[in-house]
Unconditional design. Structure first.
Length: 204
């Protein structure tokens, strides 16, 4: 007695209810937001190169570039500096690193957010696919964003302590407290994510 062949599974997509189709399609309303962030990324690129050019020109003795650089990094002294010093250089470099880290944050939001909430990018197997995008989801994205924000806050705090003589004690206390708040928030997000993905009774 031969087995009756199984009917092929119905792989055709089910017809969605118009309301469900509208709600599902509403995710594309986020597309202009991500395009706006791409424009913001371009502004940061312009800002980075502007500050870098001012730093290089100031190193060669351009007084106008030095003045613009000093104003940009917030360096203050009793008399206006006539040449670069170690503090100005360090503040300028930290400002450049700050721009790069914010740019990285934008990339995570743009690419990770689009992949998670709008549509798949179909980058599987692509040689340039970022490593973190291989396992991105809403929970992972939140943790990575919190970590990036802590890094940016650390750069700002380091700039504050380098330029400490030009700031009030209250400013230092508030910036340190805000940084600690970021740390506690990131820790809470990471612990919550771990509890949701690995319940206490889960042995894995």
């Amino acid at each position: 007695m031969t087995d009756r062949p199984k009917a092929p599974a119905d792989t055709a997509p089910k017809r969605m209810h118009p309301l469900a189709h509208l709600m599902f399609g509403s995710r594309w309303l986020q597309l202009p937001l991500y395009l706006g962030l791409i424009l913001a990324q371009a502004v940061y690129v312009y800002q980075f190169w502007t500050e870098l050019i001012h730093l290089v020109e100031a190193a060669f003795g351009n007084q106008e570039a030095l003045r613009l650089l000093v104003d940009s990094v917030g360096y203050k002294a009793g008399t206006a500096p006539t040449k670069l010093n170690e503090t100005i250089i360090m503040l300028a470099v930290l400002a450049l690193i700050d721009v790069v880290m914010i740019s990285n944050l934008l990339i995570m939001v743009i690419v990770g957010g689009y992949e998670t909430f709008v549509s798949r990018l179909h980058l599987e197997g692509h040689p340039d696919q970022p490593e973190w995008l291989d396992h991105v989801n809403a929970s992972v994205l939140k943790v990575k964003l919190a970590t990036a924000i802590i890094g940016i806050s650390s750069i700002h705090l380091l700039k504050t302590f380098i330029n400490v003589q030009n700031l009030t004690e209250q400013t230092l206390i508030w910036q340190t407290a805000i940084h600690l708040a970021f740390l506690l928030s990131a820790l809470a997000i990471a612990m919550t994510d771990r509890l949701l993905t690995h319940p206490p009774g889960d042995k894995h």
